[in-house]
Design a protein around this ligand. Structure first.
Ligand code: GLA
Length: 382
């Protein structure tokens, strides 16, 4: 958690609203493996990180609500009985969406003020949006005694994303951000929404992120298209979700689907199997196998699921050239954001410098390197 972020929102809140706020920290996440499997009821392997959103929140007696995005220096006033989505891409949709979804559950939220600030760069694929949604729902639950469980809160955050932001996301990001545990990754079954914790100590190795600092447009619509393709194939197979399919099941309907969609469904089935194998590899302290699975995941995301981009593929190629990197792949929804790299601790800095230089030469822009700590989920800061 970043103490400076929390101090910044607290100070601004007291200056602006002349009262002490409740302070919340809500983290972003990484994902070791299991990409685009969550909305197929499959397995994922995320962890909350030490970067995220700090929010200061308190009841308001002014007759309306105010939300301030401190990073953007943007303020919005709104009334709780007139909520509707703002134009696409507006940050306030995350706040409005959460409030509206709480109201849909017949819970009463009173007027409130909120100020938030984050240190996850937008588009990094580290779920700044889930962090924000969770901070809002967590704060409101506390302020207005809504009696929501964490499970209910993450479903509210997810619905906000579906109905106000327009991305039909799965449950991975909200789950990891809410339920994160220090030094731990969560092997999450997205059907039961229950996870098995894995204490992560990779000994001489560590996880390092490299942000391409690009986010290609159309990523939201491409995401929704992928999800629809998976759902239509499940329907053809007569199953609830692709998690229930085998490669042989898919082979049996090969004539009924386009070659592109066949590859997408095959990717999901294979990625789900890889995510289960990755947990076994960690159990066995077999980092070589884990690394191979991570490389295979990228290959599938790029060539079968088609959610990578030149910048991500380039960084993964850089990793493959370096024998100290056991595995690398794009992370998150795709079309930009970060790669996650499993790299020898003593070589991590050198690798990141070589990769950054090559990236600059190739694309004429900088990438950013993050060393992350696996951290606690959404919580109140005393
Ligand atoms: C985004 C979504 C998640 C998940 C990933 C891909 O982060 O919000 O639900 O689908 O993409 O694994």
């Amino acid at each position: 958690m970043s103490k400076t972020l929390v101090q910044d929102v607290k100070k601004k809140f007291i200056e602006t609203f002349k009262t002490d706020p409740l302070l919340i920290f809500s983290p972003g996440r990484i994902n070791i493996i299991g990409e685009h499997t969550d909305y197929n009821d499959g397995f994922v392997f995320p962890a909350a990180v030490d970067k995220g959103i700090a929010a200061a929140i308190q009841k308001s007696d002014s007759g309306s609500c105010t939300a301030i995005a401190l990073d953007l220096d943007s303020t919005i006033e709104f009334d709780l009985d007139k909520l509707k989505p703002s134009k696409e891409g507006s940050w306030e949709n995350y706040v409005f969406g959460v409030v509206a979804e709480i109201q849909n559950r017949n819970k009463i939220v009173g007027d409130f003020n909120i100020i938030f600030k984050g240190n996850i760069p937008g588009g990094a694929g580290m779920s700044s949006s889930a962090a924000l949604e969770n901070s809002v729902v967590f704060g409101l639950n506390e302020l207005f005694d809504l009696g929501l469980s964490k499970q209910e809160m993450i479903l509210i955050s997810q619905k906000a994303e579906h109905n106000y932001v327009g991305v039909n996301c799965g449950i991975m990001d909200q789950y990891a951000s809410m339920f994160g545990v220090k030094h731990t990754a969560l092997h999450l079954d997205c059907r039961t929404v229950e996870s098995k914790p894995y204490t992560i100590d990779f000994k001489d190795y560590e996880l390092m992120l490299i942000n391409t600092n690009v986010k290609h447009s159309l990523s939201d619509s491409a995401y929704n298209d992928r999800r629809s393709a998976c759902e239509s194939i499940s329907e053809l197979l007569g199953i609830k979700a692709l998690r229930d399919a085998t490669e042989a099941d898919l082979e049996a309907i090969i004539d009924k689907v386009t070659p592109a969609n066949y590859q997408k469904a095959l990717y999901v089935i294979q990625e789900n199997a890889r995510t289960i194998k990755a947990a076994q590899a960690i159990d066995n302290n077999d980092l070589e196998t884990l690394g191979q699975l991570i490389y295979q995941s990228h290959n599938g995301l790029s060539n079968q699921y088609k959610v990578s981009c030149d910048e991500l593929d380039f960084l993964v190629e850089q990793a493959k050239k370096n024998k100290h990197v056991l595995g690398a792949r794009m992370m998150g929804g795709g079309f930009g954001g970060c790669t996650i790299n499993l790299v020898a601790k003593k070589e991590a800095k050198t690798f990141s410098e070589i990769a950054a230089k090559a990236y600059k030469n190739k694309f004429g822009k900088e990438c950013s390197v993050y060393f992350i700590e696996l951290s606690q989920g959404t919580h109140i800061v005393k």
